[in-house]
Design a protein around this ligand. Structure first.
Ligand SMILES: [Zn+2]
Ligand SMILES: [Zn+2]
Length: 110
């Protein structure tokens, strides 16, 4: 089944496998002849013209995520590229970095 829009009368209709590959628009008084191969070609072209959004998936639960580095809204894991980190690990890492930074700052001040 394929949805075809007639360019003459602007009505759309459904082409089914039982219908001939070429034929008249089903609208009375409309003389437009459809060609299913052309319509199929249009559909393919239309599909290719679609902007390609990159979709990322959470490596842990496979749900869609908005960017490469994010926190998955479903499982709550921190996603960095193809890796997942548990929130607690990240929290620990951040704590360690902060401790290190304060240590370095202390050294600099002295
Ligand atoms: Zn028509
Ligand atoms: Zn997830």
């Amino acid at each position: 089944m394929l949805k075809i829009q007639c360019p003459k009368c602007n009505r759309s209709f459904f082409w089914t496998d039982e219908m001939p590959t070429q034929g008249k628009c089903p609208t009375p008084d409309c003389e437009w002849i459809y060609d299913i191969h052309k319509e199929l070609g249009k559909n393919v072209a239309h599909h290719e013209n679609k902007p390609k959004f990159k979709i990322y998936y959470c490596p842990f639960c496979q749900s869609e995520i908005t960017s490469k580095i994010t926190i998955c809204s479903k499982c709550g894991h921190v996603v960095i590229g193809r890796k997942v980190l548990r929130k607690s690990y990240v929290f620990l890492a951040v704590c360690l970095i902060l401790v290190l930074l304060s240590y370095i700052l202390n050294l600099l001040v002295k």
